[in-house]
Design a protein around this ligand. Structure first.
Ligand SMILES: Nc1ncnc2c1ncn2[C@@H]1O[C@H](COP(=O)(O)OP(=O)(O)OP(=O)(O)O)[C@@H](O)[C@H]1O
Ligand SMILES: Nc1nc2c(c(=O)[nH]1)N=C(CO)CN2
Length: 228
């Protein structure tokens, strides 16, 4: 996604959550200084059916659907749940706030980790990224991309995974472990999930696809701030 396309949506996210754009940019620059450039050929999912695993409570019960896909991109703790169910992932997407040890383990095993820097995770970026196997770190930002740091679009780990899948050629996306109405999440997390849902709606419009996870939900999604 071109940054000029993403930027108005990013501005709306910044305004909604009160994040500081300069903070995201500083985080991007910290990450840029810690990594080499990632070889995007490592992540070629052309023509594949890719499962996007979120970390909702439904994930364990849906792990077989992830296993049936051609490839799996998992967000944050979804990697751990899938591993417990015996399902390997092909890529992890994370802002390092919950299970950075899992990300370390994956990069050691040669599995790419899309590692996101933002204004509120700089300490984790500084602590963990130098320990990762560098060739497997795909550095990302939600601000303007720069140097080795990419922006494929998206906000939460899960929806960023979906935008990444699109970027690397996925023919079809299927979603496991997504529970938008999860009563177990905090108010703040719930607001992030509302954005995740909205961004997935935008992505399916852009791809001219219909994501299974949005079936029955589209009429309730406020997309007034999206360039649709
Ligand atoms: N009910 C749910 N609870 C948590 N995550 C969910 C849920 N449904 C979908 N997801 C997706 O799974 C992703 C991973 O969630 P997890 O709680 O492991 O990580 P997180 O680091 O807190 O995520 P983030 O930093 O993006 O908020 C979320 O980013 C979200 O996109
Ligand atoms: N500045 C900032 N950016 C984010 C944050 C966050 O807490 N702060 N959380 C995200 C997903 O949880 C994604 N982006």
């Amino acid at each position: 996604m071109e940054f000029c396309t993403w930027e108005p949506v990013y501005e709306a996210i910044l305004a909604d959550f009160g994040y500081d754009r300069r903070g995201d940019e500083r985080a991007r620059d910290v990450l840029a200084d810690l990594v080499g450039s990632f070889d995007m050929a490592e992540l070629d999912f052309t023509d594949q059916r890719v499962a996007i695993a979120g970390a909702g409570p439904s994930l364990a019960a849906e792990a077989d659907r992830a296993a049936a896909a051609d490839a799996v991109i998992a967000a944050s703790t979804a990697v751990d749940t899938l591993r417990e169910e015996g399902v390997a992932v092909d890529c992890m997407v994370t802002d390092l706030d919950k299970n950075p040890g899992t990300a370390l383990d994956l990069t050691d095993q040669g599995i790419p980790v899309a590692t996101h820097a933002h204004g509120d995770n700089v300490a984790a970026v500084r602590e963990w990224v130098p320990r990762f196997t560098d060739e497997q770190v795909l550095p990302t930002t939600q601000a303007e991309p720069g140097g080795p740091v990419e922006n494929f679009g998206g906000f939460t780990d899960g929806d960023r995974a979906a935008f990444l899948a699109g970027h690397v050629g996925a023919a079809e996306l299927t979603f496991v472990g997504w529970d938008f109405d999860d009563p177990g999440v905090s108010e703040a997390k719930g607001r992030k999930l509302t954005w995740a849902e909205r961004l997935l709606y935008w992505l399916e419009q852009r791809r001219d696809e219909r994501f299974d996870v949005l079936d029955g939900r589209r009429d309730g999604i406020d997309v007034s701030m999206l360039p649709i």
